[in-house]
Design a protein around this ligand. Structure first.
Ligand SMILES: [Mn+2]
Length: 358
């Protein structure tokens, strides 16, 4: 297991790499190139520049999250071939710089979604939260505007301005795309990029849809064990793998998270782990919480044990955190609570390892 921390680069992130380096057991940084528009090639020099910064701080840069997939690929439009070609060149450039895991998602129009970016929890901390009831009757562009307002002046990952200005047009285009069509478009994309990933030694990791159910009537194809199995079978290659995210998949209590981590890690198709806790109040209602089990719904110990037992060596990050101790930052991506999350997971791992070796 390679303990990792997401960082948005020196221009966009408020957290210095030197602070990340001080989190006990922190080894690897997960980052991306943010100034290149979705669909265009990431130049090797730009990747190298960020890698050099990270390594100068005493950390590794082995994992990219995300190389986003252009909507034309998800929609199956003719321009997709050019974007797939660009994607392959980006993979080559990343491999040349030593990256071996690339995360992406295949969610139409919106990336992850919440209805409150700063819900006050009983202890006074604030957290990302979701309540289906709030969404009912809300127009997609109104929600997009709300997300932007609540983002503290930061651009949220997956909620880039150029994408959101197109919301209405995109909904029109997605009218003819159902689950099967979206899956066929994913297959086409994977057939285009997996041979390149294989050649250059990159493991692709698809992130589950968050939340794990359809929103605004848009299709979702990465929300259950059956969906994940189906995606792996679209192109049966070790390079076609998963980024399991406990907080995303776990919002649907029918998903057996521990079993999923165990199974997909055992068959060596789990390439990236996002381990965070949530408190689920009922279908379609949840808050993001601290990793500790006291007031949350998911079995963090069970997940870490599943990873340990199956010999998981890939990157793992604590994913999101709450805002605590007066910290002001990008919702979900402050320093303090994510550092606590990493430490909690490292503690579990150490204990499991000690028990496993006696
Ligand atoms: Mn995640």
């Amino acid at each position: 297991m390679l303990m990792s921390f997401r960082w948005y680069g020196s221009k966009l992130d408020t957290i210095p790499l030197s602070y990340i380096r001080q989190i006990p057991g922190m080894k690897n940084v997960v980052s991306a190139i943010y100034h290149i528009p979705v669909g265009e090639v990431w130049p090797y020099e730009d990747i190298l520049a960020i890698k050099n910064k990270i390594e100068a701080a005493g950390l590794m840069f082995k994992t990219v999250e995300s190389v986003n997939v252009h909507e034309d690929i998800k929609l199956g439009l003719p321009a997709r071939d050019r974007y797939i070609e660009n994607y392959c060149i980006t993979l080559h450039n990343l491999a040349k710089a030593g990256i071996d895991v690339v995360c992406y998602n295949f969610m139409p129009v919106f990336d992850w979604m919440r209805t409150d970016l700063a819900k006050v929890l009983p202890d006074g901390s604030t957290a990302l939260s979701y309540n289906e009831k709030i969404l009912t009757g809300l127009k997609p562009d109104v929600l997009a505007a709300e997300m932007e307002k609540g983002a503290n002046g930061f651009e949220l990952p997956g909620w880039e301005k150029e994408r959101l200005s197109e919301v209405k047009k995109l909904f029109e285009l997605y009218k003819n795309v159902n689950e099967e069509k979206l899956l066929a478009n994913l297959k086409y994309f994977l057939e285009g990029i997996i041979p390149t990933a294989e050649t250059c030694g990159i493991k692709m990791a698809i992130h589950p849809d968050d939340p794990p159910w359809p929103v605004f009537g848009l299709p979702r194809i990465v929300i259950s064990r059956q969906h994940l199995e189906r995606i792996l079978s679209l192109v049966d290659s070790p390079a076609n793998g998963l980024a399991l995210c406990s907080g995303s998949l776990g919002a649907n209590r029918e998903n057996d998270i521990v079993e999923m981590f165990h199974h997909f890690s055992k068959i060596k198709r789990l390439h990236f782990a996002h381990v965070r806790n949530i408190k689920v109040y009922g279908p379609g209602v949840f808050d993001e919480t601290a990793h500790k089990a006291d007031d949350s719904s998911l079995d963090m110990y069970g997940i870490m044990k599943a990873l340990y037992d199956t010999g998981f060596t890939g990157p793992l990050r604590p994913d999101h955190g709450r805002m605590i101790w007066g910290e002001d930052g990008r919702p979900g991506y402050g320093l303090y609570d994510r550092a606590l999350g990493a430490l909690y997971l490292n503690g579990l791992w150490d204990a499991i390892e000690r028990c496993g070796n006696t």
